[in-house]
Design a binder for this molecule. Structure first.
Ligand code: SF4
Length: 549
């Protein structure tokens, strides 16, 4: 593995002590930093194999349980029966269940049928059949016991998958276009740079102690389906003046509290350079990122304070050792939706078929069924998307109808309603310890209600449901973003509900949704509320107007 250059100089203006290593703040300033300094997160793997899987849950050192386990995609899940009102007041150990969520990273969303079947087997054998596709193309399993983890890793690694740095203060999964290499309209195929990043830098101790998580994207998709605007680092396919294909570099996007869109550095990055530039950006974040306060420890705050010019200068001078050429901005996104749902032609004459499970929720048997359906129809490749959907590639024209019929029979809809297609939900209170409200079942019920009440509604409309103020399901960039919180109902009782954000979007004119002051709905009122919003929009929209415009 390549270790990137450490910074050559340390002469930059000191922007107050925020725990930046490059400015000499090497002493840990909070418990998380202390834990990382005491022992690298990657070292927990051997303890899981040698000690914890044999000694069971009670043998786990607390600093590993609530810290380093994340470096291998393991979080304790929420103890069942604890309501959202207690989330903020209970101690972590009171919220911990003895089971884990396990995140399998699927870089670029690319899966062979063999890999899909292995995940399905693990789900059925060790995870009570659970399997959720996330909005970063991963698959998450639940109910995992620590005793099972070595066997799970062995099975995953035998087919080239892993959970390494799927969570934690690390370079997380690198997302990519599900259609990389097959889409007739793509600008450039991002498959190889993602594979190189994975091989060279994931699990590399040089990057295993970042200030916080680091989310990457590499894509040449003309629909801009990897939402590059909200990644910590993103490479977006472009063609420069000389007609060369490469990437435009964006840094500093992120949602959660203080959402910010990424900024272009104005550089042209050739395909061969993508991995080292990725490592360079990661190095800048590692060394200059703010570590004092967790909520300021994302790269977006650094980029916001420095501006893109200074960021580029430091990247080039201190990490790359060369200047990147200037390059063009990406072409505007191809019209339509970014999710690749439906039947569409590939450039080789075959078709790809995207389908919509309900809010990303699947199970082990259904994953097996998807693999079987794909195989019966001559495909050997499936993809996950950043919209909690899936795609089967390489379907011959005369096999498409039969494949669609089999998917639809399993409620894996290829021609879903807007509501099924564009509603996303985070994990929520069922398993997440930070959650205040339930999300997946609520969103699923909301889809059913809206399909019944508004059967003719066809316009694009994203509804993103989050279980807390974090933004795992991207509330700020949804047409209707729902942030879970407790609200007071008409009877004066505290119940599950949502703060509503309206009018967010990514794409041509990225905008954060507006938090409408005082606009909240209880979970029960939600279908009525959304129906009202949609009917008002329908009544008032002008020709060609979309919800966000
Ligand atoms: Fe958990 Fe909140 Fe993220 Fe939902 S948004 S998965 S509730 S942290």
């Amino acid at each position: 593995m390549t270790t990137p250059a450490r910074p050559a100089s340390r002469h930059h203006k000191r922007p107050k002590g925020e725990g930046q290593w490059a400015l000499g703040y090497r002493e840990p300033l909070n418990k998380n930093e202390e834990n990382k300094k005491n022992d690298d997160g990657l070292n927990v793997r051997q303890r899981i194999i040698d000690i914890y899987s044999k000694g069971g849950f009670d043998s786990i050192d607390p600093s590993d349980l609530r810290g380093r386990f994340r470096w291998f995609g393991l979080y304790t899940q929420r103890r069942p029966g604890i309501d959202g009102g207690k989330t903020a007041i209970l101690e972590p150990e009171e919220l911990d269940d003895r089971y884990f969520m396990l995140r399998v990273r699927i870089d670029g969303g690319q899966l062979s049928l063999e890999q899909l079947r292995v995940i399905a087997d693990i789900s059925n054998k060790y995870g009570r059949g659970t399997a959720d596709v996330t909005d970063r193309q991963n698959i998450q399993l639940h109910w995992i016991e620590v005793e099972s983890v070595p066997a799970i890793w062995e099975a995953l690694e035998a087919v080239g998958l892993s959970t390494t740095e799927a969570c934690g203060d690390t370079p997380r999964v690198v997302i990519g276009c599900p259609l990389a290499g097959i889409d007739a309209d793509e600008t450039i195929d991002g498959t190889e740079p993602i594979a190189q990043i994975l091989e060279r830098y994931i699990g590399d101790p040089a990057f295993s102690n970042l200030p916080r998580k680091f989310k990457g994207a590499v894509s040449g998709c003309s629909a801009h389906c990897t939402v590059h605007e909200i990644n910590d680092v993103a490479f977006v396919g472009v063609v420069n003046e000389a007609g060369e294909r490469g990437y435009d570099l964006w840094v500093g996007g992120g949602l959660s509290t203080n959402p910010m869109f990424g900024k272009r550095l104005g550089t042209f990055v050739s395909e061969e350079r993508v991995p080292e530039v990725y490592a360079g950006v990661c190095g800048v974040f590692r060394d200059y990122g703010y570590r004092r306060l967790r909520h300021r420890a994302r790269i977006k705050f650094l980029v916001n304070d420095w501006g893109p010019e200074k960021f580029r200068e430091i990247l080039e001078k201190e990490y790359l050792g060369y200047a990147l050429p200037d390059g063009p901005a990406p072409a505007p996104p191809r019209g339509g939706r970014r999710d690749h749902v439906g039947v569409h032609p590939q450039r080789d004459g075959n078709f790809y078929v995207g389908f919509a499970p309900r809010v990303g929720r699947l199970d082990g048997d259904t994953l097996h069924l998807i693999a079987d359906i794909a195989e019966r129809h001559g495909s050997s490749r499936v993809r996950t998307t950043v919209e909690q959907k899936m795609v089967i590639l390489d379907v011959a024209p005369d096999r498409v109808d039969s494949l669609v019929a089999e998917l639809e029979a399993a409620d894996l809809q290829v021609n879903p309603s807007t509501f099924r297609r564009q509603t996303m939900a985070c994990t929520g209170i069922e398993y997440c310890k930070l959650a205040i409200v339930e999300t997946k079942n609520l969103a699923s019920g909301l889809i059913d209600e809206l399909e019944q009440r508004l059967p003719d509604f066809k316009d694009p409309l994203t509804i993103n449901v989050n279980g807390c103020p974090n933004s795992c399901a991207r509330i700020q960039v949804a047409d209707i973003g729902l942030k879970g919180q407790l609200v007071v109902n008409d009877q004066g009782e505290q119940v599950e509900g949502f703060q509503i954000h309206l009018g967010g979007s990514v794409g041509l004119n990225p905008t954060f949704g507006k938090k409408v002051r005082g606009l909240k709905a209880t979970a029960e009122e939600l279908p009525d509320y959304v129906e009202r919003v949609v009917r008002n929009f329908e009544a008032q929209k002008t020709d060609g107007e979309t919800f966000a415009a």
